[in-house]
Design a binder for this molecule. Structure first.
Ligand code: AMO
Length: 451
C-alpha cells in the first residue's frame, strides 16, 4: 500500500496501513481519559476509528487533546497499530486497530453538547431529536437511516431505468389540485393564487406523449389536517408514468420495481439492517386483492365488518399485511379496484363495473407505500371526469392539450420514499425517515417554540 503522509485517509482504511503513519480528519465522537492516556473516537464519512494520545509520544498533542470535547473537528497524524487481543472492539469495523497520535490540530471547536452523542443509541424523545436535527443527524445510527434511504432511491432509479423510463424534473408551483381539493397549500404568486403541488401527476402524464416512459423524484406537499405517525406535509414521491400499457402490465411493473428496490437495499445495506435488527424481507408471490376481497378477508379473519367503507382503515392495512405474511410469505400486498369517486379525476373507471376503478395501492409491512392507477386517456372522458368532480377546466388547459392531441393508454404509480424507509427499518414515526421533516407543528423549529 502506497502511503503519501500528506494525503488524508479515511478511518475505514486504517487497517490497510498497519505500521504506517497516516493523516486522518473528522469529528471527535467521544473522548475518554484513562490515566495518562486520552482516547478519541474519530468519526468521518466512512465510519469510526480510535485515536490514542500519549504524552510520552507527543507532549503538544496531549495538551491539545486535553481541550478537546465531543464534535470538535480535528486533523490528526499518527501510526496505525494493532490493538492488543483484550482491547479489540468486535462491533467496530476498525476495532482491531488504533492510531497512536503524533500530532493533532483543532480545525473547529464545538460548544458543550446538549446531550451525550457518544452513546450507541440516542435515547431522546422525538421532539428533542428533531429540535437538534443538525446535531442528531450526525449520530451514526441516525445517519445510517439515510444511507438506507439513498439505497432505496438508487434501487428505484435502477429499476425504473431498466423499464426504459427517462428521468424528468417537474415544477412544484402549480395552478390546481390533483389529488383532491383539501390538503392544498395556497401560495401568493404575485397578483395571483398558486399552489404547492400535491404530486408530479399532471406533468408526468403530459410527458408520456414525449418520452412514453418517465420517472421522477419529486417533492409533494399535503396540508394534512392532523398529526399522525405516517403523514408529513412535505414528502418525497418516486413516480413512474408509462404509455402503451394495460392494467395487468402496470401491476407487474410496480411489483417488479418494489421488489428490486427492496432487494437492492438488502444487498447494499445488510449491515445497517442487521444493526436495526430487521428480519429479512419476505419476497413470496405478492397477493393481489380487490378492496372488496380485502374487506371480506378482514371480516372472516379479523372479525371487523368494514365492507361498506370506501378505503381500507389503517388497522385493515396492518391486518391484511399480517395475513399476507402468514399465508403467502410476502411483506408486500397489492390492493386494487378502489371506488371510482374516492379516487382522483384522472383514474380510469373499470369498464366492467365503473363504480370501481383500475386503481391500486401497495402495502408493505402494514402501511400503504405506493398508489397509482391506469389513467383516463380519452380527451372527452377526461373532461367529463373533471366536470363530475366540479373542477375548473380552465385550470387544466395545458394538461388537457396532451389528451386533445393524442394520448396512448397509460398509467403510473408513486412510492412515498419516507414511508418505504420507515418500514424498511421499522421506524415508529415517519419523521425519523425524513432528514428535516415538515408537519403541522414544525418547519425546522417547533411553531410553539417560536416567538
Ligand atoms: P398518493 O396521494 O396516494 O398518490 O401518494 C402516493 C404515495 O405517496 C406517499 N404519501 C405520503 N407520505 C407521507 N406523508 C403524506 N402526507 C403522504 N401522502 C402521500 C404514500 C402514497 O402511497 N398522484 C398519485 C400517484 C399516482 O397515481 O401515480 C398520488 O399522489 O406512500
Amino acid at each position: 500500500m502506497i502511503n503519501d503522509k500528506s494525503k488524508r485517509i479515511l478511518s475505514k482504511e486504517t487497517p490497510e496501513f498497519i505500521g504506517k503513519k497516516v493523516l486522518l480528519k473528522g469529528w471527535v465522537k467521544a473522548r475518554r481519559d484513562h490515566g495518562k492516556l486520552i482516547f478519541l473516537d474519530l468519526r468521518d464519512r466512512s465510519g469510526l476509528v480510535q485515536l490514542v494520545v500519549n504524552p510520552k509520544v507527543s507532549e503538544d498533542g496531549y495538551k491539545v487533546a486535553q481541550e478537546i470535547r465531543p464534535e470538535f473537528v480535528v486533523e490528526a497524524t499518527g501510526v496505525v497499530k494493532n490493538r492488543s487481543e483484550s482491547t479489540i472492539n468486535k462491533d467496530l469495523e476498525t476495532g482491531a486497530v488504533e492510531v497512536g497520535v503524533s500530532s493533532i490540530i483543532v480545525l473547529s471547536k464545538a460548544q458543550p453538547l446538549p446531550f451525550d452523542m457518544g452513546v450507541e443509541e440516542l435515547k431522546l424523545e422525538l421532539p428533542t431529536l428533531l429540535d437538534y436535527r443538525a446535531l442528531t443527524l450526525r449520530h451514526p445510527k441516525i445517519s445510517s437511516i439515510f444511507e438506507v434511504q439513498e439505497a432505496l432511491v438508487e434501487g428505484f432509479r435502477n429499476a425504473s431505468k431498466k423499464l426504459g423510463c427517462r428521468e424528468i424534473v417537474v415544477p412544484t408551483i402549480v395552478a390546481s389540485a390533483t389529488e383532491g381539493g383539501s390538503g392544498l397549500f395556497e401560495i401568493e404568486y404575485y397578483d395571483h393564487k398558486a399552489f404547492l403541488a400535491q404530486s408530479p401527476q399532471l406533468y408526468k402524464q403530459m410527458m408520456v406523449t414525449v418520452f412514453e416512459r418517465v420517472w421522477t423524484i419529486a417533492h409533494a406537499y399535503r396540508a394534512e389536517p392532523s398529526v399522525t405517525t405516517r403523514h408529513l406535509t412535505e414528502t418525497t414521491q418516486m413516480d413512474c408514468e408509462i404509455g402503451f400499457v394495460d392494467f395487468r402490465e402496470l401491476l407487474d411493473m410496480f411489483e417488479e420495481i418494489a421488489v428490486s428496490m427492496l432487494k437492492h437495499v438488502e444487498e447494499s445495506c445488510g449491515n445497517i439492517l442487521k444493526k436495526f435488527k430487521m428480519e429479512k424481507i419476505a419476497f413470496g408471490k405478492i397477493p393481489r386483492l380487490t378492496v372488496r376481497e380485502t374487506q371480506e378477508i378482514i371480516l372472516k379473519e379479523f372479525g371487523r365488518d368494514n365492507r361498506k367503507e370506501k378505503d381500507l382503515a389503517p388497522q385493515d392495512e396492518v391486518d391484511i399485511c399480517k395475513w399476507a405474511k402468514e399465508k403467502h410469505k410476502s411483506d408486500l400486498v397489492t390492493i386494487t379496484h378502489f371506488p371510482t369517486m374516492a379516487k382522483p379525476f384522472y383514474t380510469m373507471p373499470d369498464p366492467r363495473n365503473p363504480e370501481y376503478s383500475l386503481s391500486y395501492d401497495m402495502l408493505f409491512r402494514g402501511i400503504e407505500i405506493m398508489s397509482g392507477s391506469q389513467r383516463i386517456h380519452d380527451y372527452q372522458q377526461l373532461i367529463e371526469s373533471l366536470k363530475k368532480r366540479k373542477l375548473n377546466l380552465k385550470k387544466f388547459e395545458m394538461y388537457l392539450q396532451a389528451f386533445k392531441y393524442g394520448m396512448p393508454p397509460e398509467g403510473g404509480f408513486s412510492f412515498g420514499l419516507e414511508r418505504v424507509t420507515m418500514k424498511t427499518l421499522d421506524l415508529k414515526n415517519i419523521r425519523e425517515a425524513s432528514l428535516f421533516p415538515r408537519d403541522m407543528e414544525r418547519v425546522d423549529e417547533r411553531f410553539s417554540s417560536i416567538g
